[in-house]
Write a protein that binds this ligand. Structure first.
Ligand code: AGP
Length: 364
């Protein structure tokens, strides 16, 4: 993509709409149908080394950290390697035990975020193997890491990350599939995930075609005192990212919680002026999530659901197409980018340059 606005009023809108092509690009040339896997040329991790990995720790900040949460789940699910994500800004200061059998992954759009770079440098000093999942080719983090996966989202100008978030999640799916097929993921499951990845660009286009409805919903919820975002397991990182997106660009206060944690405190906040956005993949937690919606309704809370079918308990549902459950977080985040965008627009915000924020935080 270019810096040309191509008829869009803001870079954020342009970049949301570029996701169809961007996802196509991150997949291009990487799928290996013969062995139901993917080729990741720059990874610099051979099969023997990949089999020796005992843990994966993903480090990033802000939206990059949220993609790390998605990445960790994908790696655990597809490659069955224990994995988690942590804000790089915290990790670098807690004198973490650096384990030689752990694969560390730094994730960053710009590749220049100081906290993430400092975490990489600390890890390298202690002899760890660190890979990068990075968008900007040749950036500091790309240079400091031992190898990695480029995200190929193209230039992202808006301070608020959208297309890079989605492409990074897809890059993690590729990495998880690659590690899975070296370990114990079956050919059948490899093929299933590949087919799901191939469906993504058209399904993203379908979500984007629903923009008018999301715009109307944004107008309806724009005057909320605060918004609650909830999800469980696969839905939770999506809820976190959607909450961050809304805060950054519209300045509407938002909280994100695992739906299971609501009853342990945040339920006290629920009232008609504090609507809930519930991210509801059609997985084995759907029934439990529906019970949480009932608890919210019992407190007169309004609910906007993101789900694969209309939700009876919700006031409104944004329906997203079905894919493989493992890939649900990728698609479910996209309507919530549009919700944040149209909320900000309705409130007259400076969308591409939200107050107090910079595109890349190169200082501590
Ligand atoms: C994204 O919308 C944010 N502006 C911010 O959280 C960002 O993701 C974070 O600062 C990390 O940036 P990076 O991906 O360039 O490292």
């Amino acid at each position: 993509e270019s810096y040309d606005m191509g008829g869009h009023d803001t870079y954020m809108h342009k970049e949301i709409h570029e996701q169809v092509d961007a996802v196509d690009r991150v997949l291009r040339g990487r799928i290996d149908d013969r062995f139901a896997t993917v080729r990741l040329g720059g990874l610099n991790l051979d099969a023997r080394e990949a089999r020796g990995v005992r843990r994966v720790k993903i480090l990033g900040c802000g939206s990059a950290y949220h993609t790390g949460l998605i990445g960790a789940q994908l790696i655990e699910e597809l490659a069955r390697i224990p994995a988690d994500a942590e804000p790089a800004s915290e990790f670098r200061y807690r004198n973490a035990v650096v384990d030689p059998d752990t694969l560390y992954i730094a994730v960053s759009q710009s590749g220049e975020t100081y906290d993430t770079l400092a975490a990489v440098q600390e890890l390298k000093r202690k002899g760890a193997r660190v890979l990068g999942v990075v968008n900007v080719v040749g950036s500091a983090i790309a240079r400091e890491t031992d190898g990695g996966v480029y995200v190929h989202a193209g230039p992202e100008v808006c301070v608020v990350s959208t297309k890079c978030f989605t492409n990074t999640a897809v890059a993690f799916a590729l990495l998880a599939l690659h590690l899975g097929r070296i370990r114990d993921l079956s050919v059948a499951d490899g093929k299933r995930i590949i087919a799901g990845l191939r469906r993504l660009p058209e399904q993203i286009a379908e979500v984007l075609r629903g923009e008018e409805k999301i715009k109307e919903l944004a107008a309806e919820y724009a005057n909320a005192k605060s918004m609650m975002f909830i999800g469980r397991v696969r839905g939770y990182p999506v809820a976190r990212e959607a909450s961050l997106k809304l805060k950054e660009v519209s300045y509407v206060h938002a909280e994100a919680y695992p739906a299971s944690e609501l009853k342990h405190g945040p339920l006290a906040l629920i009232e008609p002026e504090v609507p809930t956005v519930a991210v509801l993949p059609d997985d084995d937690l759907l029934e439990k999530n529906r019970a949480t919606l009932e608890e919210i309704k019992a407190r007169s809370g309004r609910i906007l659901a993101v789900a694969h079918q209309e939700q009876e308990k919700a006031d409104h549902t944004i329906v997203v197409p079905r894919n493989e459950v493992e890939l649900d977080p990728i698609l479910m985040g996209i309507p919530l980018q549009l919700l944040a965008y149209h909320t900000a627009l309705a409130l007259g915000r400076d969308i591409d340059k939200p107050r107090n924020l910079a595109k890349s935080v190169t200082v501590e």
